[in-house]
Write a protein that binds this ligand. Structure first.
Ligand code: ZN
Ligand code: ZN
Ligand code: ZN
Ligand code: ZN
Ligand code: ZN
Ligand code: ZN
Length: 416
């Protein structure tokens, strides 16, 4: 990360020395990295092998190519840290329905340090090409050393492989529902290889499909109704044209009327499509009679909450199980739910940390308390004088940080 300093001369200077960041950027960076890590790990603190908990609905999984070069094994977070330190490890983000393989028959005698008692294999585990470090229909590694720039990939919620947007069988990337900033407007993606399995989704109302057209129109309508953006002047009209699509007020109005109609239909759909577990089938026709068109298969982009509308009648449930997609009706399976639980665990952890610090201070005797508090005070003073001697807009180098701690150490030596 390179800090942009106030003026051109500073920036040039920064460029030549070393990559630097300002203190607030540094702290924000740590926050963001911690949050990101906590989300992937799902609040797992990574101390214990998850093998004992069986096949977890979702967990972070790693593949060690040093131990299992053909990528037919996966290990949990704790094992990745404790048993495969320094090995060539592929980070697979999260996988569903997986049980830790560390040290089992696939590891050729390399024992697990945390949970050595394991069955030779976990028969329900499935291993796609990601375990070998390959992704997408093009089977390239990520990051790709031969690519000019690393583009983000999207994960299919059925096969859990990752795809380049231009490798999902679309003739135009415009067909991917995105807002004007290019942010995805879909909650989940089903790749063109998995969409035939999910062809029955075509029997559901349009509201389960993500659509860029409707959403951008509703945004424009919201902007209008609060009256703040552009008002009745032509300004807003030109502003909406940033993505190159010709959007005029007339067409927005037309779309919003259409959208309202869709909303009404959606509301009545919802009442028909309420929870029906065990009851009548929501879709009215036998789900087993649905089959994909013989024409070229397309990827599916699903709207927010689409899984909740899926029918849970006996026939449909059997169908999902036969096709290996029963996870779709399990709320806990979605990445969204996984991250929600991870966030809750993270908040609890942070609260506990704060509590532990307070308890620690309270358990000390008076002299110890004074010493710690004066230590904190020294740190504060050192930091304060550093900040005063320093232009806060300027980047901080690692040498600067080192010098704060060296000054503190010197003070400690003087005192003792
Ligand atoms: Zn493990
Ligand atoms: Zn290893
Ligand atoms: Zn292990
Ligand atoms: Zn690709
Ligand atoms: Zn797929
Ligand atoms: Zn049904």
């Amino acid at each position: 990360m390179l800090a942009m300093a106030g003026d051109g001369t500073d920036a040039a200077f920064v460029d030549e020395v070393e990559p630097t960041v300002t203190i607030s950027e540094y702290m924000d960076g740590i926050e963001a990295e911690e949050l990101e890590a906590d989300l992937v790990l799902g609040g797992d603190d990574g101390n214990e092998c998850t093998y004992g908990a069986g096949y977890l609905k979702r967990q972070a999984v790693f593949s060690c190519l040093t131990c299992v070069p053909d990528g037919v094994a996966g290990v949990c977070t704790a094992c990745c840290l404790a048993c495969h330190d320094g090995h060539e490890v592929v980070e697979l983000w999260t996988k569903r329905n997986f049980r830790c393989d560390c040290g089992n028959s696939k590891f050729g005698g390399h024992l697990c340090k945390l949970s050595p008692e394991k069955d030779p294999e976990n028969p329900a585990n499935s291993y796609n090409q990601n375990f070998k470090g390959s992704y997408c229909t093009c089977s390239r590694p990520y990051p790709d050393p031969e690519a000019k720039e690393q583009v983000e990939m999207i994960q299919c919620c059925i096969c859990e492989d990752w795809f380049h947007e231009d490798h999902i069988g679309l003739d135009s990337l415009e067909k991917i529902p995105r807002d004007e900033e290019g942010e995805p407007l879909y909650e989940e993606f089903i790749c063109h290889q998995c969409s035939p399995v999910c062809y029955f989704l075509k029997l559901y109302p349009d509201t389960i499909w993500a659509s860029s057209k409707q959403s951008s129109a509703s945004e424009a309508v919201t902007a209008d109704s609060n009256g703040m953006e552009g008002g009745s002047s032509g300004h807003a009209d030109t502003e909406k044209n940033e993505n190159g699509a010709p959007v005029d007020r007339q067409s927005i109005e037309n779309t919003s009327v259409e959208e309202n109609c869709t909303k009404d239909i959606a509301a009545s759909d919802k009442s028909i499509l309420g929870d029906n577990s065990g009851g009548n089938c929501k879709i009215g026709v036998d789900i087993n009679t649905t089959s994909a068109d013989s024409e070229k298969t397309m990827p599916f982009f699903m709207s927010k909450g689409w899984r909740e509308t899926l029918c849970k009648c006996g026939t449909c449930t059997n169908f999902y199980a036969q096709r290996g997609i029963a996870h779709l009706t399990d709320k806990e399976d979605s990445i969204e739910e996984y991250e929600k639980i991870a966030k809750q665990k993270r908040e609890k952890k942070l609260e506990q940390q704060e509590g532990a610090e307070a308890n620690f201070i309270n358990s000390l005797n008076h002299v110890q308390k004074i010493e710690i508090l004066s230590g904190i005070n020294d740190m504060k003073n050192e930091f304060q004088s550093f900040m005063e001697s320093f232009d806060p807009s300027k980047p901080v180098t690692s040498d600067d940080v080192k010098s704060i701690f060296e000054n503190l150490a010197r003070k400690k030596q003087r005192l003792s």
